[in-house]
Design a protein around this ligand. Structure first.
Ligand SMILES: Cc1ncc(COP(=O)(O)O)c(C=O)c1O
Length: 275
């Protein structure tokens, strides 16, 4: 692991660098990005930095300085020599009073970490969870460091023999996974929830919709998954991952449209260094 914090690359990555009063630590007042690294290069960095800025604006945090973040990313990657890995950029409100108020004059904290990554298994097994995403919430669609809901849902999935959990939103419509967006096939059509569902504006989702325009954005009840003929997850760490089981029901994985999406993904991804 390589760590950039407090304006420099750490010589000891285990060295503590976050103050105990950091609002990211005390109340989850922060935003982050997870970025794939291939052959030492970050994938889709520009899009991730754009989303980091959008999430920061959503939390009324100052905008992270792109050139500082890029310099930090370059420093950790130069030190890490990663053939395949993952970057994490975390931007929090910084030291603040205990409680929800930030107080005056807080200075945000920036931490960038690079770690090796192993490829995800070829198939996912998912279960729907009893909790809802709140598409009307103040942080809906933002990539905040408050991920405890996802932690609970993923543990539920693991308890039910699955490796990803699928949320509906408060309208009962399909929303997303704990760390992924969902595509599924119904009536021969590839579909994914709209951003109004409250799902994260995933970079992989965005890219796949550009590269594979046959996919349609639509909001419909979670029960549609009971008859879906194919489904797959997309995310920075999974790319396009076919789903073999939904709530214990087997699906062909990959089905024909999923296979097509995987091929489109692989072709475009290898062409563009910062799409
Ligand atoms: C809640 C959630 N939805 C969707 C995604 C997929 O987004 P991306 O493709 O940008 O990795 C993630 C990524 O971690 C996530 O945490």
């Amino acid at each position: 692991m390589q760590v950039w914090a407090d304006g420099r690359l750490l010589t000891d990555p285990e060295q503590p660098v976050i103050q105990v009063s950091d609002h990211g630590f005390t109340v989850g007042d922060g935003v982050f990005e997870a970025i794939k690294v291939v052959d030492g290069r970050p994938f889709a960095l520009t899009r991730h930095l754009r989303r980091l800025a959008t999430s920061a604006a959503g939390l009324h945090l100052p905008k992270p300085d792109d050139s500082e973040v890029r310099a930090a990313v370059a420093a950790v990657l130069a030190a890490a020599h990663l053939p395949f890995g993952r970057l994490r950029i975390t931007w929090t409100a910084g030291p603040a009073p205990l409680g929800s108020g930030r107080g005056a004059g807080t200075k945000p904290t920036l931490v960038v970490v690079a770690v090796p990554m192993t490829a995800y298994p070829p198939h996912a097994s998912v279960v729907t969870v009893p909790w809802r995403r709140n598409e009307h919430g103040a942080t809906a669609g933002l990539k905040t460091t408050s991920y405890a809901e996802n932690v609970v849902a993923l543990a539920y999935a693991a308890d039910h023999g699955a490796d990803e959990a699928i949320f509906a939103n408060t309208a009962g419509n399909v929303c997303e996974g704990t760390g992924s967006n969902l595509f599924y096939v119904t009536d021969g059509e590839l579909r994914t929830p709209t951003l109004a569902s409250g799902c994260l504006a995933g970079i992989s989702r965005e890219l796949l919709l550009e590269w594979f325009p046959q996919a349609r954005e639509v909001d419909e009840p979670l029960e549609v998954l009971e008859s879906a003929t194919e489904a797959f997850l997309v995310s920075t760490t999974r790319d396009v991952q076919p789903i073999g089981l939904i709530n214990g029901r087997s699906l062909t994985a990959p089905g024909a449209l999923t296979q097509h999406a995987m091929e489109v993904w692989a072709r475009h991804e290898s062409l563009d260094s910062d799409p």
